[in-house]
Design a binder for this molecule. Structure first.
Ligand code: GAL
Length: 636
C-alpha cells in the first residue's frame, strides 16, 4: 500500500480510538516525512492523449472502426502531435471462460483475436498498433459486471452465457485479468469502470430480470454518505498493485473511472494515473460545464503522473459539432488548460478538416503537455465567466478567458490576474488566430456567447526572483488536506441530469472535495485574508494539513501566515512549521483567529522536499480551522 494511505489509515485508527475514549479528544496530527509521498507509478508524466471508442460507437465497436481510427491518427498527423493511445472501451468481451476464468474476446467483431483453440488473444491487435507507433488501451470494471450490462441491454455486444460467464469485471480476478491484459496481450493502458459497484444490487430488477449475480452496492451515486469510499479506494488500490506488478517497466496508464464518486477527487492521485472527476459527458453545453467544473478547482490534486479527468472529448457531436465550432474550441481549450487527458472520441475515418484543426492545434497541445504539469488556476471566478491562468515550465503564462453564458460578455484582463507587473507591457498571442495584442495594466475583451479566448503571455513577473506556490501546483503534493469527513462540493454546475431528466426533486451536489486545498483562495472559495489584509496569492488549506513541495533550485521559502479571517472555528490556535528534507527550518508560535499575520521564512537551499505543516489543538468533532499561507513563495 502507498505510504500516504498507510499514514491516512493510521490517522483514522488514531481518531477512532480517540473518539472512543472521549468525544473531545485531540485529533491525530500529520507529520513531516522528509520523503516524497506523491505517487510515482505509471507512465502519464503528461496527460494521456489518444482516441477512445465510447463516444463515437458505444458498444457497437469493432476492429475495422478501431483500426480505422488508429490509421487516421497516423495519416492525419495527430499521432505525431501526441495522440498515441488507442483505447477500446466497453463491448469487446464475449465471456469469462468457466473452466479457468480466462476472458474470451468477441471475435465476431475482433476477427484478428480468433485462435484455433478458441482461447482468443488481442496480441495481434496490440502488435499492429505498436508497429504503427501507437499504444493500446483496454476497458474493464472493478466489480463483477460492466456498465453496458446495465445501460446497453439492447446491445448485440453484451457478454454471453451463464451468470458466471457474464461476470467480466475484475472482482475476484484482479491479478489474472491484469496479467492477461498487460503481460500476455500487451496493452499499455487500462480504464477501470465502477458500474459493478453501483448498479447490481442483489434485489434489484436489473439483477433479477437478467439473471446476474448481484453485488451489494459500495457506491450510491445519489449519496456520498451511503457510499463506502474506503472500500472503493481499497478495490482500486488492489488494481494499482496488480498493474505495478505486471508492468515492472512502469510503462502503463491506470485510468480510474468511478465518475467523481467515493471521494476519488481526494485519493485518485494516490492510486491512478487519472481519475474521472464527474459523470459521463454528453454532447451538451451544460454537461461540458458540469464536467469542467468538477476538475477546475482541483489543481493542487494533480501533477505529473496524476491527472484530473473530466472525461473524453465530445468534439464533433451535438453542441460541439461542425456547426458549433466556437463551443468545440472552448471545450478543447478548457481541457488543455485543465491538463485533462485529450482523448478524441469521433469516427476519425470521416473527420472534417474543421475538427482536425481543433484537435490538432499544436499550441494548445503544447499547453496541455507542458512538462511542469501545472493545471490552470482560476484567477477570476463567477458563474458567468472565468479567467484561467496556467504557468508553463519555462515560467511563461497562458491565459484563457471563458464566457460560460449564451450572451456576449465583457471581461477585463488585469496584469494582477497574471501575477505580472502592472506598469510593464504585456504581450498576448492568440493561440487560435495567432494574432498579437499588447497592453499595460488592464485590457478588455468582448467574448461571443460560449467563446473562450486563449493567449500565451509575455510580461514582467510580479515576483522577479521566484514563484508563488499557487503558480506551481504541479510540484505540490497535498499529502493531507485536513478534511475530516468528505463534504459535497457545491461549486459544480448542476445540469439537468441527461438520463433522469427532472424525475426527482433536483440535481444535487454529487462530488466530495469541498474544503480541499486551494490556490489563491480558501478551501471554501473565499478570498484569502488574515487580520483584515487580503492576499491575492497564497495557498488556502485547513488546519492539521501537510503540503509537500518539490524544490527545483530555490534558496528561500517565504510566506505570511495565520488563521484566515473567514474561519468559522475561531477558538483554536494553529502553528505553521516548515521542514526541508525532514529538518525543521521554521516555525511560528501558536496563532489564533484575529492575531496579526506572521512572516515566516526558511533557508531551503540545496533541499529537495519542502513540507508545510499546520498543526492545531483542534478536537475531532469540531469544525476545522481555515488557515492561509499568504504569498507563499520560493525565491532564489
Ligand atoms: C461509463 C463510463 C463511460 C463508458 C461507459 C461504458 O460508466 O463512464 O466512459 O466507459 O461506462 O459502458
Amino acid at each position: 500500500m502507498h505510504p500516504k494511505n498507510s499514514l491516512k489509515t493510521r490517522l483514522m485508527i488514531a481518531c477512532a480510538l480517540a473518539a472512543f475514549v472521549s468525544p473531545l479528544s485531540a485529533l491525530a496530527e500529520p507529520v513531516a516525512r522528509g520523503i516524497w509521498l506523491g505517487n510515482t507509478d505509471g507512465a502519464a508524466k503528461t496527460p494521456p492523449m489518444g482516441w477512445n471508442s465510447w463516444n463515437a460507437f458505444r458498444t457497437e465497436v469493432d476492429e475495422a472502426k478501431v483500426m480505422g481510427a488508429a490509421q487516421a491518427l497516423v495519416d492525419d498527423g495527430l499521432a505525431r502531435k501526441g495522440y498515441i493511445y488507442v483505447n477500446l472501451d466497453d463491448g469487446w468481451w464475449q465471456k469469462r471462460r468457466v473452466t479457468d476464468g480466462r476472458m474470451i474476446i468477441r471475435t465476431r467483431i475482433f476477427p484478428s483475436a480468433a485462435t484455433p483453440d478458441g482461447t482468443t488473444s488481442f496480441r495481434g491487435f496490440t502488435d499492429r498498433l505498436h508497429s504503427m507507433g501507437l499504444k493500446a488501451g483496454l476497458y474493464t470494471d472493478v466489480g463483477h459486471n460492466a456498465c453496458s450490462q446495465a445501460y446497453d441491454l439492447h446491445s448485440p455486444n453484451l457478454p454471453e452465457g451463464t451468470a458466471g460467464e457474464r461476470q467480466v469485471g475484475l472482482d475476484g480476478h484482479v491479478s489474472q485479468d491484469i496479467n492477461l491484459y498487460f503481460r500476455e496481450w500487451g496493452f499499455d493502458y487500462l480504464k477501470v469502470d465502477a458500474c459493478g459497484l453501483a448498479d447490481f444490487a442483489p434485489d434489484s430488477k436489473l439483477v433479477k430480470d437478467n439473471g446476474y449475480i448481484g453485488l451489494t452496492p459500495e457506491i450510491d451515486r445519489a449519496s456520498l454518505n451511503r457510499t463506502d469510499s474506503v472500500k472503493v479506494e481499497r478495490r482500486y488500490a488492489e488494481v494499482a498493485a496488480a498493474l505495478k506488478q505486471a508492468n515492472p517497466d512502469n510503462d502503463y496508464v491506470f485510468s480510474i473511472c468511478n465518475w467523481g464518486m467515493a471521494n476519488v477527487r481526494e485519493w485518485g492521485k494516490e492510486v491512478g494515473s487519472s481519475w474521472r472527476t464527474s459523470s459521463d459527458i454528453t454532447p451538451n453545453w451544460s454537461s461540458m460545464l458540469h464536467n469542467y467544473d468538477s476538475a477546475v478547482k482541483r489543481a493542487l490534486y494533480a501533477g505529473p503522473g496524476h491527472w484530473n479527468d473530466p472525461d473524453i472529448l465530445f468534439i464533433g457531436a451535438g453542441d460541439f459539432d461542425t456547426d458549433h465550432l466556437t463551443e468545440a474550441r472552448s471545450h478543447f481549450t478548457l481541457w488543455a488548460m485543465l491538463n485533462a487527458p485529450l482523448l478524441i472520441s469521433y469516427d476519425l475515418r470521416k473527420a472534417p478538416q474543421s475538427l482536425l484543426d481543433i484537435w490538432g492545434n499544436a499550441d494548445l497541445i503544447a499547453v496541455n503537455q507542458d512538462p511542469a504539469g501545472n493545471q490552470a488556476i482560476v484567477a477570476y471566478d463567477s458563474d458567468d465567466a472565468q479567467i484561467l491562468v496556467k504557468t508553463l515550465a519555462d515560467g511563461h503564462k497562458v491565459v484563457a478567458l471563458f464566457n460560460r453564458t449564451a450572451s456576449p460578455a465583457k471581461l477585463n484582463l488585469l496584469a494582477s490576474h497574471l501575477k505580472l507587473k502592472n506598469d510593464a507591457p504585456i504581450q498576448l498571442t492568440d493561440l487560435w488566430s495567432k494574432a498579437g495584442i499588447t497592453f499595460t495594466g488592464e485590457t478588455e475583451f468582448e467574448l461571443a456567447p460560449h467563446e473562450t479566448r486563449v493567449f500565451s503571455v509575455q510580461g514582467a513577473r510580479e515576483l522577479a526572483d521566484g514563484v508563488y506556490l499557487s503558480e506551481i501546483p504541479g510540484v505540490i503534493n497535498v499529502a493531507d488536506d485536513g478534511v475530516r469527513e468528505p463534504q459535497l462540493d457545491p461549486t459544480v454546475h448542476r445540469m439537468i441530469d441527461p438520463w433522469a431528466g427532472t424525475r426527482s426533486g433536483g440535481s444535487r451536489p454529487q462530488y466530495a472535495g469541498w474544503g480541499g486545498a486551494q490556490a489563491d483562495m480558501t478551501p471554501y472559495a473565499q478570498a484569502l485574508q488574515i487580520g483584515g489584509h487580503t492576499y491575492d496569492s497564497g495557498i488556502g488549506v485547513l488546519g492539521n494539513s501537510l503540503l509537500q513541495v518539490k524544490n527545483e533550485g530555490y534558496a528561500t521559502f517565504r510566506a505570511t501566515v495565520g488563521v484566515d479571517d473567514s474561519t468559522s472555528n475561531r477558538d483554536r490556535a494553529v502553528s505553521f512549521t516548515v521542514y526541508a528534507d525532514g529538518k525543521l527550518v521554521a516555525k511560528t508560535p501558536p496563532l489564533k483567529f484575529g492575531d496579526a499575520a506572521r512572516d515566516i521564512s526558511a533557508d531551503i537551499a540545496g533541499h529537495k522536499i519542502i513540507e508545510l505543516l499546520v498543526t492545531d489543538d483542534n478536537v475531532a468533532n469540531e469544525q476545522p480551522v481555515v488557515v492561509t499561507w499568504g504569498e507563499a513563495r520560493l525565491q532564489k
